[in-house]
Design a protein around this ligand. Structure first.
Ligand SMILES: [Zn+2]
Ligand SMILES: [Zn+2]
Length: 934
C-alpha cells in the first residue's frame, strides 16, 4: 500500500533524502498497480508507443544504456501523464556473434570448446547462460526506473519472434529478394564467419608496397611492373589490367604474361575503371578471389576466381596446387601458413627469382572484425544475401526507405542525420545475412542429399526454403535432407523488431493500435545496422513506416571527452553511481547533458550537483510541510484565491510556474531534454527555493492567519505541480514527496502532466519581483566582495533613472531591507552618493540600471585590514594568471594537449582575470576612502 510507515514517520524529514530507502519501494508500487501496462482494448485515439532498442544479453547496464533508456522513459512517462495510451515494449537481443564469443571464452577457460561440445550442447549452454545472467540487464533497467510494460517483454529468439524471422525469410525468398550466391564477402578468420560491410572497422596502417615483374609469356625479357600491398595474393591473379588508352602498354592487350612462381599464363586486359593512368606503374594485377574491386573487374572480363585461403585464414594446399598451379617448392612452404608468414615467403621467392624490383613504405587502410579486431579477408564463399536494390523499383527495398525520409513520413532529430542516412542508402549493397556461427536463427533452408534412394535430380541442388522443416525433397522424394548450418545475421531479427514484438505475422490488436510506433530513441552508431533496416522491413511487410520520429542521441564520454574503456580505466559504472547518488541524480544528469549533436562529457561532480538538487527539493518539501500544521492536503484541495487578493510573491511564483510548464512541454515536444531540465532546475532551485520560500516567510510567520493560509495554498499547489512536471526526469523522489503531499491511493506516474494556465502569467508582476531581486543580489555581492557578514546591518542608497523600476523598488522597500540586511534604504533618481561609500553596479538583464552605495563607517569594515587582504589575494591571482598564461603560450601545450584541457585552461585564465579586475576596482574604492591615510 502507498499509505506506509515511512510517510507517517515524522522524523524522516530530519534526515537528507535517502534514495535507497524509497526507490525499490516505489518501483514495486508502480508494477503492482500495473501503471505501466498499455491497454490494447482502449478506444482512445491518443496513443504513444516506443520499442526499446533491445540490449544484448551479453551485457550489463552501461552509461550508453542509461542515457538511452532515461530519455525513452522521460518521453513515455510524459505521454502517460498526458493521458496517452502508452506502450513501451521492452526486450533483449540474442546478439549472435557477441554472445557466441562470450560463451566460447567461458568454454576455453574450462578447457573445452564449442567443437568438443557439439552444436546442440553448445546452444543448450547459451540458453542456460541467458536464463541466468541474461536477466541482469532487465533488472538493471528496472533499477533505472524504466516504465516498460514488462508483461510484453520479448527476446529476439523467443518463439513468436523466431516465427516472424522464418516468415520474413520465406517471403523474401519467394519474392526473389533473398538469394544464395558465391561471392566475395568479408570474412573474419578468427570468428570463422562472414560479416556484413558495416561490421568491418577500417583502420589506417603502415604497410609496404611491393613492385613485381610480370614477364610476357612469349618474350620473357620484357615485363610489366605490378605493384601490390599483398604479394601473397598474386598467386591468385587471373589477369593483368592496363589502361586501354595508355600508349605505353595498350599494344599488349590480348597477350599473356607468365604469372611468377606459378605455371599459369594469364591475359593482359584493357580496363579503364580499375587502372588509373596517372597513378602507379600503369599495370594492375586482378585477383578476383581476394579483392572486392578486382571481383568486379573480373566480372567485366569473365575471369575465373581463385581462392587461396581456407576458412581459418590459412593457405589452402589444394587450391595452391590444383587451381593456382604454384611451383612445388613454394607450395610446400606455404601450405597451412597464415597470411603474414605466407607473404614473407612469397617475397623471398620473388627476390630469388629476380622478380622483385623494390619495396616502399605505404600507408593504406585495412578492415578489422568489429567483434574481435582480427584483420578481415575478402573471402570467396557461398552465402545468403538480401537483394536491397532490385532494379525493378516495385521490388527495391531501398527506394521506399529513402523516400519515407525524404517526404517527411520519418523525421530524424537532429535533422542533419538524414544526410548520413541518404548517403549510405544511396550506395547500399546487397546484405550478406548468413553467418557461420551456431547461436542465432538457423537459416530455414534444406539441401537434398538424395542418398537414401540412390538418386538425385539436377533441381535437387537448389535449397528448399520453407516455414516448417520439410519431410521430403519436392524434386526426388528423398527424406535425406540437411538444414543449412548457418544462422542469420543478428540484425536480421532486430530489423523486424517494431512489428515482430507486436505479434506479427498474426493480426493482433497491438499491431493495429501501436504500429507505426511513435518514436525511436537510439544512438548514431546503429543508424545503418538497425534503423535503416527497420525502415526497409517495416515498409515492405507492414506497408508503413516503423516509427515517425527517430531521435538520435550522442555518446557518453568521460569528463575529458575521452571514450570510456576498460583499458583506460575511465569507465563510470551507472550502478555504482545510482548506489552512491541515487537514480534520480543520474537520470537528471544524463537528461540535462543530452544536447543535440554533442557528446556527453560526464563527470562525477556534475552528478553530485544533481544529488544536491534532489536534497534541495527534499528540503523545500520539508519547509512547506513544516509550515502546514494541518497537513498539505487541505491546501492542495482548496481553490486558489482571487489573484488580486494574494501576495506579490504568490502571484509571481504562479506566473513563473506557468512559464516553466509551457517551456517544459515545448522543449519535450522538440526533444530538448537538456533545455527542459535546465528550466526545471533553474525554476525549482533559484526561483522557487531561493526566492519564493524566502519571500513568503514573513507571511507564514505573520499574524494575518487568512493571508498565511492563502500563501500556504499557493505554495503547496505550486510545489505539487512542480513535482508532476519533474516526475518524468526524477521519478522516485517526486513520487515519494507527492505521496506525502497528497496521501493519494494512486501514483504521480498517472497524475495529469501540468498544463499552463495562461491567465496567471503576469509580465509586470514578474518585472516588479525581479527588480528587487536584482537589488538584493547586488548588495549581497558587495557584501561578499568586501567580506561583510550578513549579520552586520548596513545602510544603502540606490540611484537609478527608470521610473517604473523606482516604483517597483519603493513598493518593496521592506522586503529589500529584510533580505539584504539593511537598517536604512534610500531609493531614487536624486539620491546623493555618500562621501565615503562602497559603490556597486545595479545589474538588470538588459544591462546596468543604476548604482548601489553603501556608506562606510569605521564599524562596517576594517578598511586597513580589508586592503591588506585584497592586496594579498591580488598577488595570488597574478601568480596564478601568469602560470596559466605560460601554459597557453607554450607551443608544446597548445599542439599536444587535448582540446578539452586547452579550453579549460583558457576559461580558467578568463575567470582569474575577471576576479582580478573586480578586486582591483574594489581595492581602488577602498584606497580612495582612506584618503591616503591608511
Ligand atoms: Zn572476428
Ligand atoms: Zn532431391
Amino acid at each position: 500500500m502507498a499509505e506506509n510507515t515511512a510517510q507517517s514517520d515524522p522524523t524522516r524529514f530530519d534526515k537528507p533524502y535517502n534514495p535507497r530507502e524509497v526507490e525499490d519501494r516505489w518501483y514495486r508500487h508502480w508494477i503492482d498497480r500495473g501503471y505501466f501496462s498499455a491497454d490494447e482494448n482502449s478506444t482512445s485515439p491518443r496513443r504513444f508507443s516506443i520499442v526499446i532498442p533491445p540490449p544484448n544479453i551479453t551485457g550489463s547496464l552501461h552509461l550508453g544504456h542509461a542515457l538511452n533508456n532515461t530519455l525513452q522513459d522521460i518521453l513515455v512517462r510524459w505521454k502517460r501523464m498526458q493521458g496517452f495510451n502508452t506502450l513501451w515494449v521492452p526486450g533483449t537481443d540474442h546478439a549472435g556473434i557477441a554472445t557466441q564469443n562470450v560463451i566460447e571464452r567461458q568454454l576455453k577457460a574450462e578447457g573445452t570448446s564449442r567443437e568438443i561440445l557439439g552444436r546442440a550442447e553448445f546452444i543448450k549452454r547459451v540458453w542456460q547462460w541467458r536464463e541466468q545472467s541474461g536477466r541482469t540487464i532487465i533488472s538493471q533497467l528496472k533499477r533505472l526506473g524504466a516504465s516498460c510494460d514488462w508483461k510484453r517483454e520479448r527476446f529476439t529468439m523467443d518463439e513468436g519472434l523466431s516465427t516472424a524471422v522464418r516468415d520474413v525469410f520465406v517471403r523474401l525468398h519467394q519474392e526473389g529478394l533473398i538469394y544464395r550466391g558465391e561471392r566475395l564477402i568479408n570474412w573474419c578468420p578468427r570468428c570463422g564467419t562472414a560479416l556484413s560491410d558495416i561490421e568491418v572497422e577500417h583502420e589506417e596502417v603502415k604497410g609496404k608496397m611491393y613492385f613485381i615483374k610480370y614477364p610476357l609469356a612469349d618474350d620473357p625479357e620484357t615485363f610489366l611492373t605490378v605493384a601490390t600491398t599483398r604479394p601473397e595474393t598474386m598467386l591468385g591473379d587471373t589477369a593483368v589490367a592496363v589502361h586501354p588508352e595508355d600508349p605505353r602498354y595498350n599494344k599488349w592487350i590480348g597477350r599473356t604474361v607468365l604469372l611468377p612462381l606459378t605455371s599459369r599464363r594469364i591475359p593482359i586486359v584493357g580496363d579503364s575503371i580499375l587502372v588509373d593512368r596517372e597513378f602507379g606503374t600503369g599495370a594492375v594485377k586482378i585477383t578476383p578471389g581476394h579483392d572486392f574491386n578486382d571481383e568486379k573487374a573480373g566480372q567485366r572480363h569473365h575471369l575465373p576466381r581463385i581462392s587461396l585461403l581456407t576458412g581459418s585464414g590459412e593457405m589452402n594446399p589444394t587450391s595452391l596446387e590444383e587451381v593456382a598451379k604454384v611451383e612445388k617448392s613454394l607450395r610446400d612452404e606455404l601450405s597451412g601458413q597464415k597470411v603474414h608468414p605466407a607473404r614473407e615467403k612469397v617475397v623471398r621467392h620473388l627476390e630469388t627469382a629476380g622478380l622483385l624490383i623494390k619495396i616502399e613504405d605505404h600507408r593504406h587502410s585495412i578492415g578489422k572484425c568489429y567483434r574481435c579486431k582480427t584483420v578481415i579477408e575478402p573471402y570467396l564463399s557461398p552465402q545468403w544475401f538480401v537483394k536491397i536494390n532490385d532494379p525493378d523499383p516495385k521490388k527495391s527495398l531501398a527506394s521506399p526507405a529513402i523516400e519515407a525520409v525524404r517526404n517527411g513520413r520519418i523525421r530524424f532529430i537532429p535533422d542533419g542525420w538524414k544526410n548520413n542516412y541518404f548517403g549510405w542508402m544511396e550506395q547500399i549493397q546487397d546484405w550478406c545475412i548468413s553467418r557461420q556461427i551456431w547461436w542465432g536463427h538457423q537459416i530455414p533452408a534444406w539441401y537434398c542429399r538424395g542418398t537414401d534412394i540412390g538418386q538425385c535430380r539436377p533441381e535437387c541442388k537448389d535449397p528448399i526454403v520453407a516455414l516448417k522443416t520439410p519431410g521430403r525433397c519436392p524434386h526426388c522424394g528423398s527424406a535425406d535432407l540437411v538444414q543449412d548450418p548457418d544462422v542469420l545475421d543478428t540484425w536480421f531479427s532486430s530489423a523486424l523488431w517494431p512489428f515482430s514484438t507486436l505479434g506479427w505475422p498474426q493480426k493482433t490488436k497491438e499491431l493495429a493500435m501501436f504500429y507505426p510506433t511513435s518514436t525511436l530513441v537510439t544512438s548514431f552508431d546503429i543508424i545503418f545496422f538497425w534503423v535503416a533496416r527497420m525502415i526497409m522491413m517495416g515498409l515492405h511487410f507492414m506497408k508503413d513506416v516503423p516509427f515517425r520520429d527517430v531521435y538520435i542521441h550522442a555518446l557518453v564520454r568521460d569528463a575529458e571527452g575521452q571514450k570510456m574503456s576498460k583499458s583506460k580505466g575511465n569507465v563510470i559504472d551507472p550502478l555504482e553511481i545510482m548506489d552512491k547518488y541515487g537514480t534520480d541524480a543520474l537520470r537528471f544528469t544524463l537528461a540535462s547533458m543530452a544536447s543535440p549533436g554533442r557528446d556527453i562529457k560526464l563527470s562525477e561532480e556534475r552528478i553530485e550537483g544533481y544529488r544536491n538538487f534532489a536534497n534541495k527539493i527534499w528540503n523545500a518539501a520539508r519547509f512547506i510541510l513544516m509550515n502546514c500544521p494541518k497537513g498539505a492536503r487541505v491546501y492542495l484541495d482548496s481553490p486558489l484565491s482571487d489573484p488580486m487578493a494574494i501576495s506579490l510573491a504568490d502571484r509571481w511564483i504562479l506566473s513563473r510556474l506557468q512559464r516553466v510548464i509551457q517551456s517544459v512541454n515545448r522543449q519535450l515536444e522538440d526533444y530538448r531534454f537538456d533545455e527542459a531540465s535546465r528550466d526545471l532546475y533553474q525554476f525549482l532551485w533559484h526561483e522557487f527555493c531561493d526566492w519564493y520560500l524566502e519571500l513568503i516567510k514573513p507571511t507564514l510567520y505573520g499574524t494575518d492567519a487568512v493571508a498565511a493560509d492563502r500563501t500556504r495554498t499557493v505554495a503547496v499547489q505550486a510545489f505539487e505541480a512542480v513535482l508532476r512536471l519533474l516526475h518524468p526526469f526524477m521519478p522516485f523522489i517526486t513520487e515519494d514527496l507527492w505521496q506525502t503531499f497528497t496521501h493519494a491511493d494512486s501514483s504521480i506516474a498517472v497524475a495529469p502532466f501540468p498544463i499552463a494556465n495562461a491567465p496567471l502569467i503576469n509580465e509586470s508582476i514578474e518585472q516588479e519581483c525581479e527588480s528587487f531581486q536584482h537589488v538584493i543580489e547586488g548588495i549581497r555581492e558587495m557584501r561578499g566582495l568586501h567580506g561583510i557578514p550578513f549579520s552586520k546591518k548596513l545602510q544603502a542608497a540606490i540611484r537609478l533613472s527608470n521610473q517604473a523600476i523606482e516604483r517597483y523598488l519603493q513598493n518593496n522597500h521592506s522586503t529589500i531591507s529584510a533580505l539584504a540586511g539593511l537598517s536604512d534604504l534610500k531609493i531614487g533618481r536624486n539620491v546623493e552618493p555618500p562621501v565615503h561609500a562602497l559603490m556597486g553596479p545595479l545589474i538588470f538583464p538588459g544591462g546596468q540600471a543604476g548604482e548601489i552605495f553603501i556608506p562606510l563607517t569605521p564599524d562596517t569594515i576594517d578598511i586597513a585590514k580589508e586592503i591588506t587582504k585584497k592586496e594579498k589575494r591580488l598577488k595570488e591571482l597574478a601568480a596564478q594568471m601568469e602560470q596559466e598564461q605560460k601554459k597557453l603560450s607554450n607551443p608544446d601545450f597548445t599542439t599536444k594537449a587535448p582540446p578539452e584541457v586547452f579550453e579549460k585552461t583558457k576559461s580558467r585564465l578568463q575567470e582569474l582575470r575577471l576576479e582580478h579586475e573586480k578586486l582591483s576596482e574594489a581595492l581602488k574604492d577602498l584606497r580612495g576612502m582612506t584618503g591616503g591615510k591608511s
